[in-house]
Design a protein around this ligand. Sequence first.
Ligand code: SF4
Length: 482
Amino acid sequence: MVKKNLKSEYHKLVDLKRQEALHDHCGIFGIYAPGEDVAKITYFALHSLQHRGQESAGMAVSDGRKLRGIRNLGLVTSVFNENNLSKLKGFIAIGHNRYSTTGSNTKDNIQPVILASKHKVFSLAHNGNVINAKMLNSQFKHMKRSASSDSEVITQAIYRAPGSKWREKIMNAAPHFIGAYSIIACSKKRMYAFRDPWGIRPLCLGRLKGYYVLASETCAFDTIGALFERDIKPGEIIEIYKNKINILGYIDNLGKKPSFCLFEYVYLARPDSILNNMLVHEARKKSGQILAKEAPVKADLVAAIPDSGTSAAIGYASALGIPFGEVMIKNRYIGRTFIQPEQHVRELGVKIKFNPMKQILEGKKIVIVDDSIVRGTTIKKIVEILKKNGAKEIHIRICSPPVKFPCYFGVDTPNKKNLIASEMRVKKIKKFIKADSLHYLSLSGLVEASGQGKNSLCTACFSGRYPIKIDTHFNKHILEDS
Ligand code: SF4
């Protein structure tokens, strides 16, 4: 009974945490490198991709005969250790950090998915959200256990697709997946990667000592000493075998326009990653500069909500010639789990996370730059704390347009009614958070900052224009309803 209560309290906490902010999705990594300690390299790469998912981590390693895996709930550093990594010998490894977007956060849903039948061994790591997973799942009636995540559905669909070789199965199954998917997979002897024809989530290819590596973001390559080679193209399917890369083909892109996630530049990706030839830090800095042109203000100091607003705040400050500095210190060891169920403790949570510096704030007009506002509760609390600590004026500048629509492509957004910008106009939000002024970056300004063509991006959470037709009844735990 006590155990049950504890469990429900934990789920309440997780739910509250989810409601408060936009969450990352997943980070994936793969390496084909005979003679190297692929498990350890994957560990370090996953560590650098930790920002993309903190609920669980996993790895599958093949030595050509057997595929072994370690998967568990928790951060990379708590799932893996010297002892369990030393047991993962082989020359192919794929790894995954998970934040659940389809399927809840249970042990069953930890990736990579590992499929081991008598004659077939296959493992798959997925970043994104396949929105027709329920329909695909309904075709696997004779399975002992129904798939509980879209990634498991993808794996089953590949396994059941026509073809005697994995590459044929992937080629036959992939065109049936609708939605966002960047995938790294492996059989006993080969590694595969493919990306949806819209190219919504990132996936890049690199080289380490002449071997091939794949990752969600280039920051993973920097960590392990690999060199970025190129992005996997939208719809491209590749196979890596005997250290040669073989482009197997492209998923039909008829009627599908490239739609890379614009929010990767705002918040999801690490600032030191390069996405579509653009350093994310530069894109964020530029967004701050454009925001300064669109919504200048006279102030004594520009500061960021650490860390996500930092690059944009630097850009905003430099464009207006205002000093950039810190006004509150972030407790970096608190993780993302500080929100408590009780409202008063939840409010305290903001103070636990950010400690304001009274001596700097006193009597000053301050600009606070952040990446986005989701529900508005955190920014409201921050304004209140800064004012209580002596700030004369607080001007909020958001380096993205208002988030008004939910994401169905792998980012965990609240329902429309919980997105403050979908319920209130900017003027009302300003009043609600009690700021002296509030301005958002325009969509055209954000697109310009990203350095990408406006027709090559998904902007749906800002514009409501989804690149793929969405069933409005879709929800991220759709497989659990079946
Ligand atoms: S809806 Fe927003 S978060 Fe989702 S893929 Fe599109 S731009 Fe990215």
